[in-house]
Design a protein around this ligand. Structure first.
Ligand code: PBG
Length: 327
């Protein structure tokens, strides 16, 4: 017998063989498109650090979402950029706030063909850029903040959201939101918890996208997770499930594939992962310089996230992926 008896290269010889044995298959059904809608602008505004992504007007958002629906993308998640910010972020729960009017527009546009999700946080709406109302130390006051999250959840649900997605990393936020939704007779609305969300350097372009600067050059390390910690992520996930989450998310994605894999192995609900703005921007920037093949790198990123165990991937590549798979 020659050695080695098993030659692993046999099944890699042709595209058809490789396709037949592929363990991970990326589909348009796996992705959710994050979209930005800005109040008070007359035309879509490009975001320099997120090439190909824009701040939408209500009209351009409608068109984008109709096209995504036609391409088969199952869901979008909305982020709002209000014209007026204040210390409490009150536009976030205004029934006529930008995300609420956009949700109504989109329900009218696509009906039930697409799941409509809304990011639920205060940072886009507060004048200081933190994810909650501040205490005397200048940090979000946990319990005052989650009460406001309840108001936002109800406003988003009343405007037609199928899913609300709290991203502020306050303790008890999922329970407070679930209680507020049920109390207001929105028990049909699901909660996608940003459960394990790290204080990451990869959110930079997103903050350009939503015009957020944290006051005094501050950061979110007082509430988002420390990238050095793993067990804490499992504790966050367990707490959110206990409080009533319907789906849990890990964010960012590529630097946390270990966390995605562990969460996927330990929960009995859908697991989402957010391929965040910085992950997208790095691919785009290197591709623009001709240093990497952007499309191939994007596919590799998304495939790896799925291989690690994510069922749902929030990605700025959603449209490109859908176009490619339809191609
Ligand atoms: C908070 C929120 C952030 C992102 C999603 N929700 C920013 C932050 O926590 O600072 C980042 C998403 C991305 O970088 O693509 N509302």
């Amino acid at each position: 017998m020659t050695f080695p008896a098993r030659r692993l290269r046999r099944l890699r010889q042709t595209p058809a063989l490789r396709r037949m044995v592929a363990e991970t298959r990326l589909s348009v059904d796996d992705v959710v498109a994050p979209l930005f809608v800005r109040e008070g602008i007359a035309s879509p505004q490009p975001i320099a650090s997120l090439p190909g992504v824009v701040q939408h007007t209500r009209e351009s958002l409608r068109k984008e979402v109709r096209e995504l629906a036609e391409l088969g993308v199952p869901a979008v998640i909305l982020f709002g950029v209000p014209e007026h910010k204040d210390p409490r972020g009150s536009e976030a729960w205004n029934p006529d706030g930008i995300v609420q009017v956009a949700l109504r527009d989109l329900r009218d546009e696509v009906g039930d063909r697409m799941a409509l999700m809304a990011d639920l946080c205060l940072d886009e709406y507060t004048s200081h850029g933190h994810c909650g109302v501040l205490d005397r130390q200048g940090q979000p006051d946990n319990d005052a903040t989650i009460a406001l999250y309840g108001h936002i959840a109800v406003a988003q649900a009343a405007a037609g959201a199928d899913v609300v997605a709290p991203s502020g990393m306050m303790d008890g936020q999922v329970g407070a939101i679930r209680a507020a939704l049920d109390e207001a007779e929105h028990s049909r609305v699901a909660v996608l918890a940003y459960a394990a969300k790290y204080a990451s350097a990869l959110y930079g372009p997103f903050r350009d996208a939503v015009d957020v600067t944290i006051v005094g050059g501050g950061d979110r390390k007082g509430y988002q997770q420390d990238p050095r910690n793993f067990r804490e992520a499992l504790a966050e996930v367990a707490a959110d499930i206990e409080e009533g989450a319907d789906m849990v998310m890990v964010k960012p994605a590529l630097a946390y594939l270990d966390v995605i894999a562990a969460v996927a192995a330990s929960v009995d609900m859908p697991v989402a992962a957010y391929h965040v703005s910085g992950e997208y921007a790095m691919v785009k920037a290197a591709a623009e310089r001709g240093w990497i093949d952007g499309q191939a790198a994007a596919m590799e990123h998304l495939t790896a996230i799925k291989r690690a165990g994510a069922d749902i991937i929030l990605t700025y590549f959603a449209r490109e992926l859908a176009e490619l798979l339809h191609g």
